[in-house]
Design a protein around this ligand. Structure first.
Ligand code: CTP
Length: 408
């Protein structure tokens, strides 16, 4: 498949990765697309319009109120001309401006004025990428139906390492070809089912806590239970947001997925959305501790004994349960012994509405497809399984849905 005859507006915003954008133009054209480039003022500080003109074989658009450009192809014509708008690189500022709906330059105006699908390829410093403001802006854009490609992990321009690299142009083109331009559908609105009209927020998978540039502390969680719950909630009619730690599980259809890495990122992404949700399911295996002082370079092997200082991570589930007017909270408890006793203690101690306890160790729980869950709530209990995680997820949501309806 190719991008044959597809008309693409490529927006370039002002980050160091802008130097890769001419290569992206070349590859888009090789794949058959017709490309018109829009540069922000910031982008022009990195790469000049003449370069883009040479590779796109088209005039380059830079200003909103340039009489000459408006006489050629004005901003509204450009917005209508596009089959798809791709922004690469999309800086933190660019994402913020899109999320806020600003229209004070050509690129933001065009994005507001177009009905074409929009794909953003973020690239920025890793701290800026992880900032709660950036993640919130991204979630807003995803909710509005904007597609996101990247960023990738790796070394960044400043000599640091982390998520923030622009996805390589060849990969961007491959992903665009794999996801044909389709109209934007914001919100994946629920249709029918026991959870119709409900917004379900789920955490899933492990978290990773950096030790140095290449090493981290993680756990054996596959994310399978949380992903199965997301699919089951979606099938029950809910609008589902899945906040996922690193997991190879595929994203369930019509589920909004937000990828995070650390417990702090998962905490920020969850708390930003919890009040707006009806049911919160904490299926993630969140690291209870993080390294107090991770280093940004790779630690050398000194052959000497090492001690890692750890500090406690916030408890996401506890913080959601403590929200005034927060959602119905369903937590998980992975226990090796005294399962019901420990689970009931967590139910009370964390102020939850429901808890699902499973036994771990001896090959049970993590990384296995079959499961048994002991579900407890203040005045009831039931055992589910053994069954597949898909079946368990469905049954658990049915019980949670009943209690949620009972709670009003
Ligand atoms: N959880 C969370 N944030 C954390 C730690 C845990 O949201 N920082 C959630 C998990 O997703 C799970 C529940 O809390 O739903 C129980 O986690 P668990 O690790 O079993 O409980 P702890 O409170 O950490 O107790 P312990 O490890 O001592 O059993």
């Amino acid at each position: 498949m190719t991008l044959s005859a597809e008309r693409i507006v490529l927006g370039v915003s002002g980050g160091i990765a802008a130097y890769k954008a001419p290569d992206l133009v070349r590859r888009l054209r090789e794949a058959g697309a017709e490309v018109r480039v829009v540069l922000t003022q910031g982008a022009r500080a990195f790469v000049g319009p003449l370069t883009f003109q040479a590779v796109s074989h088209q005039p380059v658009h830079t200003d909103l109120l340039d009489p000459a450009a408006e006489a050629g192809m004005g901003h509204l014509e450009l917005a209508r001309w596009a089959d798809r708008v791709v922004i690469a690189p999309a800086t933190a500022d660019c994402l913020a401006r899109l999320a806020a709906g600003l229209a004070d330059d050509l690129l933001t105006t065009l994005c507001l004025a177009t009905e074409a699908p929009i794909t953003v390829c973020p690239a920025m410093n890793h701290v800026m990428w992880r900032a709660a403001a950036t993640q919130d802006n991204l979630a807003t854009l995803v909710q509005r139906g904007i597609d996101v490609i990247g960023p990738e992990e790796g070394s960044l321009a400043e000599g640091e390492s982390g998520p923030g690299r622009l996805t390589e142009p060849a990969e961007v083109v491959r992903r665009l070809i794999a996801a044909p331009a389709a109209p934007r559908t914001a919100g994946h609105a629920p249709k029918s089912g026991p959870l119709a009209g409900r917004h379900v927020l789920i955490t899933a998978g492990p978290t990773r806590e950096a030790i140095d540039a290449v090493r981290f502390i993680a756990n054996r969680s596959s994310g399978r239970m949380g992903f199965a719950l997301a699919a089951a909630a979606q099938a029950s009619g809910a609008r589902v947001t899945l906040i996922a730690g690193p997991s190879t599980e595929p994203t369930p259809t019509n589920v909004e997925r937000i990828d995070v890495e650390t417990a702090l990122e998962m905490h920020a992404a969850t708390l930003a959305r919890a009040s707006a949700s009806d049911l919160f399911i904490a299926a993630a295996a969140v690291a209870d501790y993080r390294v107090a002082d991770p280093v940004t370079h790779k630690l050398k092997n000194s052959r000497e004994q090492q001690t890692l200082a750890l500090v406690a991570n916030p408890d996401i589930l506890r913080d959601v349960a403590a929200l005034p007017n927060g959602p119905f909270t369903l937590g998980f408890a992975a226990e090796t012994e005294a399962l019901e006793e420990h689970a009931r203690h967590k139910l009370t101690a964390k102020g939850l509405d429901m808890i699902a306890a499973n036994r771990v160790g001896d090959g049970m729980g993590f990384e296995v497809a079959d499961n048994t869950l002991h579900v407890l709530w203040p005045d009831g209990a039931v055992t589910l399984g053994p069954a597949t995680k898909g079946q368990i997820a469905h049954d658990l949501l049915t019980i949670a849905g009943e209690q949620l309806d009972g709670a009003g």
